[in-house]
Design a protein around this ligand. Sequence first.
Ligand code: NDP
Length: 400
Amino acid sequence: MGKVLIIGAGGVGTVVANKVAQNNDVFTDIMLASRTKSKCDAIAEDVKKRIGVAIKTAKVDADNVPELVALMNEFNPEIVINVALPYQDLTIMDACLERGVHYLDTANYEPKDEAKFEYKWQWAYHDRFKEAGLTAILGCGFDPGVTSIFTAYAAKHHFDEIHYLDIVDCNAGDHGKAFATNFNPEINIREVTQKGKYWENGEWVETEPHEIHKPLTYPGIGPKESYLIYHEELESLVKNFPTLKRARFWMTFGEEYLTHLRVIQNIGMARIDEVEYNGQKIVPIQFLKAVLPDPGDLGENYTGETSIGCRIRGIKDGKERTYYIYNNCSHEAAFKETGAQGVSYTTGVPATIGAMMFLQGIWKKPGVFNVEEFDPDPFMEQLNRQGLPWHELFDIDLEF
Ligand code: NDP
């Protein structure tokens, strides 16, 4: 039924490869391509052993449009699942337009030389995708992704109007390292060292990095200090749910993590501009990535779980109501099933479901869309089946 090209062979690519192979009634022909082909081969070999499904592999530089188009000509996919880095979003979208291939990703475009992510670059492709009759599904990981679908589900079934949204992301896992990031270190450090930002009464309010924080209680985990940061789904959610009076994003960080982060920044290792070193130009944060633990290798001894969800307040039948919807994901269970830890798992499973929704003709409309613009129901049903079950609490104290 469906030919899928996965681009990117990191932690998330590993999970997507496993999940599409598990669903080979939908994904009938699979190719995994990335910059380093040996990583694709190792994942394909592991999937073959685990699931008995063959995956083709290829080398591609996703910064290079002609190279991408050549690969698409050779394999002829219906959809690309882009789980390379946000820097490659636009080149992959260009190649999809040139070759007539549908598109899905999990993180919005970010220029390499500026730590600033926003949707404007990708939204600008809407008319071209629409005219070409192609669907582009943006931000289909967990956050962005499931958090936006949770919001759409709440708005559809439980509220007449949603007014206050707090997305809460807790990683209560322990990987046993003094400092490591759970996904690509360069992207992760750029994200969490930015200024905070939230939406209130029709405008963005900026804060110093990690200025606002409070303990929040996560189901099955307990209280964890949670920090207000800016996160990309806020941009599309306030546009698509204009009744929102306030929208914020909270993430837990341990003291040890924040101390390391502060030192990394203070000594200049988070810099994204080039510096001269031994007659060579290097970007400090890229060098740092090379010496930090590979997020893909954290899985083996990772214990504990993640808990990510949406806490919403709004109006139903004239009365105020509160609602909390969340998923908890065990790092150990994720590793056992796919060989990758929980953060990669919670991203790769939704990306697979999004592509499944497209191939089944359920999420298919020409243009560029964020996930909350599609029907949440069939996706929510698949979350329960594909390893990310969700839970709902009604009329509780949201702690805000
Ligand atoms: P990794 O760094 O582990 O993997 C990235 C992969 O992309 C690597 O295989 C890398 O190749 C490949 N790649 C990088 N540049 C190129 C290029 N020019 N051409 C081809 N391949 C390239 O990252 P993760 O797997 O942790 O994350 C993947 C994506 O998922 C990121 O965009 C991240 O932002 C996103 N994400 C989204 C989340 C969500 O909830 N929405 C949460 C977590 C991550 P090589 O091995 O050669 O370096």
